[in-house]
Design a protein around this ligand. Structure first.
Ligand code: CP
Length: 297
């Protein structure tokens, strides 16, 4: 975890990037997340989380809300800054300082890359990056990683991972690649139209790039599908048909951070390889464990 010396000279634990999480930290979160499947607790009674969302969200904001309340805590939900003093011109920094006087942790989603780091520089309470522009989404990686780990015999090595869609703007892909790059013999395939390619400056060595899923689908272990982000100027449409998905091997898994538009046909939802709803359940349990770890540390 990263510790930043904030304005008052105090060291605070923030989660801004996958780089802030050691393997030990991640495995501790996963172990505790799986315990959260069956138990609630009052460990966060009296603690308050601020959900500060400058961009739309269903899963991240709601699962942090649910996680905090399942642990006995409370949430200040600023899920639409249009109805806050941001509209009057308040800066991100002043908003963070304000909310830190009345809460023990802040989850921030913001349209600018690096916004979570800006917030951490002034915050006396932990900042959790809930997605910064097309930068990172580290808590999505916790739940994505747990989904792959638990569907692959508790192992993250020797995987053939195919990412498809808007790889230029998809922050969940960038964060997950960081995690999986730490493990042995993982191959990455990046499938996208030319104008939505994964940024070349962070492309892992020996990666395969194409605009045709047929090149790799039969040898894929993890197919990670992403939405084309119209809100960031992308205009392509990427749709996987049932016929294409039928070329996956029997043990492959299909993931999506959601929301989906029409990338995966709903008929595939009942296929045992579809793991995108399991991802959301893992997200709730991971966020319960993460809030406990960060707030009570
Ligand atoms: N996966 C994800 O970040 O979803 P939301 O945008 O709904 O939070």
């Amino acid at each position: 975890m990263m510790y930043i010396n904030n304005l008052k000279g105090k060291y605070v634990q923030h989660l801004l990037s996958v780089d802030d999480m050691s393997e030990d930290f991640i495995h501790e979160i996963w172990t505790n997340a799986l315990k959260n499947k069956d138990t609630n607790s009052d460990s966060l009674t009296g603690k308050i989380l601020t959900n500060l969302f400058y961009e739309p969200s269903t899963r991240t904001s709601s699962s942090f809300y649910s996680a905090m309340t399942k642990k006995g805590g409370s949430v200040i939900p600023i899920n639409n800054v249009k109805f806050s003093s941001v509209t009057k011109g308040e800066t991100l920094e002043d908003t963070i300082i304000t909310m830190s006087t009345m809460s023990d942790c802040i989850v921030l989603r913001h349209h600018e890359v690096g916004s979570a780091e800006r917030a951490a520089k002034v915050s006396p309470v932990p900042i959790i990056n809930g997605g910064d522009g097309n930068g990172e989404h580290p808590t999505q990686t916790l739940l994505d990683g747990l989904t792959i780990y638990s569907n692959n015999n508790n192992n993250l090595d020797n995987l053939n991972v195919t990412f498809i869609g808007d790889l230029k703007n998809g922050r969940t892909v960038k964060s997950l690649v960081k995690l999986l790059s730490r493990y042995k013999n993982n191959n990455f395939n990046f499938i996208s139209p030319d104008n939505l390619r994964y940024p070349s400056d962070i492309l892992p060595i020996d990666s395969f790039e194409s605009d045709k899923i047929e090149d790799v689908i039969s040898k894929t272990d993890v197919l990670y599908v992403t939405r084309v982000q119209k809100e960031r100027g992308s205009d392509h449409n990427y749709v996987l048909t049932e016929e294409t998905l039928s070329k996956l091997n029997d043990k492959a898994i299909v993931m999506h951070p959601l929301p989906r538009v029409n990338e995966i046909p709903k008929e595939f939802d009942k296929d045992k390889r579809a793991k995108y709803f399991e991802q959301m359940r893992n997200g709730l349990w991971c966020r319960m464990a993460l809030l406990e770890k960060i707030i009570l540390n």
